[in-house]
Each structure stands twice: as structure tokens, then as C-alpha cells.
Design a protein around this ligand. Structure first.
Ligand code: XLS
Ligand code: NI
Ligand code: NI
Length: 437
């Protein structure tokens, strides 16, 4: 049965195509820097946004037209959504997907019942994966929706909430393994706090570390080989989230001996909420050897929350791909569209326009980034900017050959620093723009 009868498989037709249901830039097998585009980009769609975002907002009712969904919370209805999602993946040539446990299957009255519900839906995922060859980029657990997590999950003041979360993550890792998932994400939905007055921060952070260690240990115990990721987000839903940004997350991982087991999953909109550009977040993670995966979306600079829009900004994706290529590209990770349609874009067809736009914008960014790298123009300008470190006193400092005494002697003899060079920011911007074609 076709749930999207108006859509054929989306094909690459090139930049001049007038067909809005075609790729203009994403040509899966085209080689860029000797590697197929599909292997560079490793695109993934998010089950929660595609199948569960219903368009409701604090002021309005659901808007999304989903004729396949009977609106009930039954297992049968949850199972019915799965082939719809896989038809979308197939028609979009989308190789991967991601899911939250509670988005694919409803909760029951007890944990036992909930786990059984999940198993029933996972069976359908398995069948659909076998039928289509689609793969799981990562799985995760929703530890924020149910009221039992109102104070947090691993960082809750209630030990039972921690215990429930542990049981839930145990099951989510098992299911991720069963589906051949290449990774598992921790996003701390409510791991943070609203008021400092009622919060024992040190205790909460210690609990979070205990929790993540248990997860890593359990993965080893059952032979789950996927990569763990930590996804930074500075606020929303809580005011102070412990996973604020790359730097805070990496500090947490290192402080707690988790740095060899967990990498970063960087999301564009979360970076902007933290007051960073996403290229900063990616480069910071990459510079620490911890760039794992990306949640691809875009915020709105005029709105202060996680709007999770589809990425359409070629400047942005070019910078992102420059960083990703710089660190050697994805291994286990990929570009997961953690993005949803606007509530006004309520027709099923909009799922296609949205993903085509995102995929094309990244494909274009990839090609432009490769051109920039091939020319070496920007790279050489940056290299030149730092050239005082390549010889003389700079090289001695980097080699650890000098100390404060030697540097004082050097400067006393020299009297003043050598003439400085211009930062040329505007020139860099012009050069970068030259490649945006
Ligand atoms: C929410 C997060 C979430 C994670 C997975 O803001 O982006 O969707 O990616 O739990
Ligand atoms: Ni995300
Ligand atoms: Ni998000």
C-alpha cells in the first residue's frame, strides 16, 4: 500500500531541474573527495518528528494530516505508523533513521507491559528494515515526557525516578542492539534544574555519571558495539541543563572517566541556544577527538527556543561540512534530521519537501566545502596567519623548549613585538563567499 501516492522515488536531476520532487544537489553515488556523497552525509530521519509531531503548540490543537494514524494510543496504531515511515525513507533515498523508545511504542500500565509493547513494535521495525535495507543510526530513550521524570531522570531528587530511567535505558540499549543500531544517544531531557534553591547540584551530577557508567557497562555486558553520544543543549525544558554545550559535556565526561566511551552528538539549534555557532561546537568537539554525530536542523534567530526547522542555509551547511571533513568525516555518526515541519505545513507531501531541502542543502554544502578545501585558499590564509609559530620563538614555545625566564630574556632583548598583521576578517568572508555557488 502506498501512503504517499503522489510521490515517486526522489531522484537526482541536477541543479537546473524544475521538478520540486527531485534532488538538485544530492546525488548519492557521486564522488566527492573520492568518497560517495551518501557515505559522507549518512542521512537519517527522525521518527519522532516525522511520525509523532502533530503540529500542536501551546496555543493550538494538532494540525498534521496523518490519514494512516487513528489517533489512538494502541500498539496496533503504533505498528501501523512503521511502514508509513519506511515508505518515506525509501522514497527519499534516506539510508538511516533514529527513534525514541516512547515515540515508537505506547506506555502500558506497568514497566513490564511497556516493554512488551515496545517488543511488539520493534518486530515491525525489524521486518521493515529487512524489507528495505534501511539502517538504525542511533536509538535513544525518552526520559522526559512522563510526569515521573518531572524532576529529571538520572538527576532526579527521587531515587525511584533514577531506577525507572535505568530500567528504561537498559531496554532501549537492548532494542537498539537488536536493530543493529550504530549508536545510542543521551540527551538529558530534564537533566538540569529550575531553581538553585532546591537543588543539590553536586549530587545530581554525580548521579548522572553513575548512570552513564551503568549504561556503558551494560552495553559491554551484552556486547552492544554501537557508539554512545552525549547531545548538548543549554536550556529547554529546564533552565540550566547540565549538558550545556560541547565544552561542558566534554568536561563532564572527562571528569568522570567516560571520555573513551562517549562522543558528542551536536545539534545546530542547541548550539545557537547556547550562544554558539554550530561550527564552533563541531570544531570544539573535533579538536578534542570527540566529534561523533550531528542532529541537523536550524533555529530561528528571532525566536529563543528549539524550533527544529529543516536546514536550508547553504552558508551554514558549508561551514558544517568544512569542519566535518577537517576531522576526517563520520565513522559511526551521520546527519540526522532532528527537524520538523512548521505546523502550517500539515500535508504529508510537506515531509518530502522538507527532507529534500535539507538533503540538498547539505549536499551543496559538501560540494562547496570540497571546492574550498581543494583550492587551499582559505587554509593557506589561516596557515599564513599563524606562521610566526612555524619557526623561531613560536616553534620553540610549541616544542616546549622555553620557559618564562627565556621568554622574558627574549623580549627584553627585542624590546617590542614584531609588527602585527591584519586579521582580514572581511577578506576571509569575501573569499568564502566566492565559493558559494
Ligand atoms: C531535543 C533533542 C532530542 C534528542 C534525542 O531537543 O534534540 O530530540 O536529539 O532525544
Ligand atoms: Ni537532537
Ligand atoms: Ni533539539
Amino acid at each position: 500500500m502506498a501512503y504517499f501516492p503522489e510521490v515517486e522515488k526522489i531522484q537526482y536531476e541536477g541543479p537546473d531541474s524544475d521538478n520540486n520532487l527531485a534532488f538538485r544537489y544530492y546525488n548519492p553515488d557521486e564522488l566527492v573527495e573520492g568518497k560517495a556523497m551518501k557515505d559522507h552525509l549518512r542521512f537519517s530521519a527522525a521518527f519522532w518528528h516525522c511520525m509523532r509531531a502533530n503540529g500542536s503548540d501551546p496555543f493550538g490543537a494538532p494540525t498534521m494530516y496523518m490519514p494512516w494514524d487513528d489517533g489512538s494510543n494502541s500498539v496496533a496504531n503504533a505498528q501501523k505508523r512503521v511502514p508509513v515511515f519506511f515508505e518515506m525513507l525509501e522514497k527519499l533515498q534516506m539510508p538511516y533513521f533514529c527513534f525514541h523508545d516512547r515515540d515508537i511504542a505506547p506506555e502500558g500500565d506497568t514497566l513490564k507491559e511497556t516493554n512488551a509493547n515496545l517488543d511488539e513494535v520493534v518486530k515491525v521495525f525489524k521486518d521493515e528494515m529487512a524489507r528495505t535495507g534501511k539502517k538504525l543510526l542511533w536509538g535513544t530513550a525518552n526520559l522526559f515526557g512522563n510526569p515521573r521524570f518531572m524532576h529529571g531522570a538520572a538527576t532526579s531528587c527521587h531515587a525511584d525516578s533514577f531506577a525507572y530511567a535505568a530500567a528504561q535505558v537498559k531496554k532501549a540499549i537492548e532494542v537498539t542492539k537488536e536493530l543493529g543500531g550504530e549508536g545510542y544517544v543521551f540527551w538529558g531531557g530534564r537533566e538540569g534544574y529550575m531553581s538553585w534553591l532546591n537543588t543539590d547540584m553536586k549530587r545530581e551530577l554525580d548521579h548522572l555519571a553513575i548512570f552513564m557508567h551503568m549504561a556503558v557497562d551494560y552495553a559491554k555486558e551484552i556486547g552492544f558495539k554501537g557508539q554512545f553520544y552525549f547531545e548538548p543543549k543549554p536550556k529547554e525544558p529546564t533552565k540550566h541543563q547540565y549538558d550545556f554545550d560541547s565544552a561542558a559535556c566534554i568536561n563532564f565526561l572527562r571528569a568522570n572517566g567516560l571520555e573513551n566511551d562517549v562522543k558528542m552528538n551536536i545539534e545546530t539549534n542547541h548550539a545557537t541556544l547556547a550562544g554558539h555557532a554550530v561550527e564552533h561546537e563541531l570544531d570544539y568537539a573535533g579538536s578534542q577527538g570527540m566529534l561523533g554525530s550531528v542532529d541537523a536542523n536550524n533555529g530561528d534567530m528571532l525566536l529563543g527556543w528549539d524550533t527544529d526547522q529543516f536546514p536550508t542555509d547553504v552558508y551554514l551547511t558549508t561551514k558544517m561540512m568544512l569542519v566535518i571533513l577537517k576531522y576526517g568525516g563520520f565513522t559511526t555518526g551521520g546527519l540526522n534530521f532532528d527537524a520538523k515541519r512548521r505546523r502550517e505545513s500539515f500535508q504529508p507531501l510537506d515531509l518530502f519537501y522538507a527532507h529534500i531541502g535539507g538533503m540538498d542543502t547539505f549536499a551543496r554544502g559538501l560540494k562547496i566545502a570540497a571546492e574550498i578545501r581543494k583550492s587551499g585558499e582559505l587554509e593557506n590564509m589561516v596557515k599564513e596567519r599563524y606562521s610566526s609559530w612555524d619557526s623561531g620563538i613560536g616553534a620553540d614555545i610549541e616544542a616546549g623548549k622555553v620557559c618564562f625566564n627565556c621568554l622574558e630574556k627574549y623580549m627584553l632583548e627585542k624590546g617590542e613585538v614584531a609588527p602585527l598583521s591584519s586579521g582580514r576578517q572581511e577578506l576571509y568572508e569575501n573569499v568564502f563567499n566566492k565559493y558559494i555557488k
